[in-house]
Each structure stands twice: as structure tokens, then as C-alpha cells.
Design a protein around this ligand. Sequence first.
Ligand code: PNS
Length: 165
Amino acid sequence: MSIAICPGSFDPMTLGHLNIVRRTSRIFERVVVLVMVNANKRSPMFTIDERVDMIKRIVSPFPNVSVETYDGLLAEYAKRYGEAVIVKGLRAGTDFENEFQMAQINKTINPGLETMFLTSSEKYTFLSSSVVRELAGYGADLSDFVPREIIDEVLAKAQGGKKNG
Ligand code: PNS
């Protein structure tokens, strides 16, 4: 069975992420959305458990997509699926260096592990979780940026975060 792992910090999942997961689910028989820690991203908006819960609701219409979490190395996690391939979205300009580096490091740790990239859809090229967090802090309309299932939660979390300082 062909298996793709779509890893990310998903804080929160955006429509750009969902677009990549949806397209990946048409290419591979099974897709695992893997919620992970990005050591470079401090002070997350959502806990890992909250992110897993939100993504499960978002991807529930896709029968071949599941959601997992792992707090170790991606290259080690992938070993449990043998032939799994990492699939990530690549946005114009911003992602290349970082993604290239991660793919090379992952392959050094786990030589059998391939990373494939899907180019982001044009309308999501400049979308990121950090932009969503910023917009949410201003109470902006998020309907063009995050899946409708989580709009209220993202706004509530941003507003709650303000109250707490
Ligand atoms: O959505 P992000 O933040 O760009 O995803 C990056 C992520 C979480 C996939 C990356 O930081 C990662 O793989 N973290 C797990 C720990 C790991 O394997 N680190 C080595 C990266 S070379």
C-alpha cells in the first residue's frame, strides 16, 4: 500500500495545508497527517492535542486520511511505515531552502526515506499559520484562510490569548 506522511506543526491548519492533504490523498492510498513539534517555533497557539483534534474534524470527510502525532524525529517515525514517503507543500520562494535542508537531513538519518513536494496552489502561496494567528488577533474574517470547522476556535483562542496578556 502506498503511504504518504504529511508532517507539520499545523498551528493551526490552514486552507493551504488542507489543499496539500487533499491532493496527496488522491495520489496515495493512505495519508497520515502528522502533527509535530517545530523546534524553531516557540509559544504555539494550540496544544498538540488541540491541533490533532481540530485536524481530525477537518479531514473526517477523507476516508484514507488519518491524524497522528509524534514528538521525536520525523525520520525515525517514518521507519514504522517502511515504504512511506514524506509529502510537503512548497510555496514560492519562502520554503525552498528550509525544506531542502530538512529533506536532506531526513534522508541522512533514514536513507530509504524520500521527500516529495507538491507546489502550493496559487491562491495559498502566501498563506501561513503565522499570518492566520496574526489576523485572528485582530478578529479578522478567516474564511479565506482556515477550514470553516476551526474558524471559531482560532478566533476564540486569539481573543482569549489577548485577555491573558
Ligand atoms: O509546518 P512546519 O513547522 O514547517 O513543519 C516542520 C516540521 C514539524 C515537519 C519539522 O520541524 C520536523 O520534522 N520536526 C520534527 C523533529 C525533526 O525531525 N527535526 C529534524 C528536522 S531536519
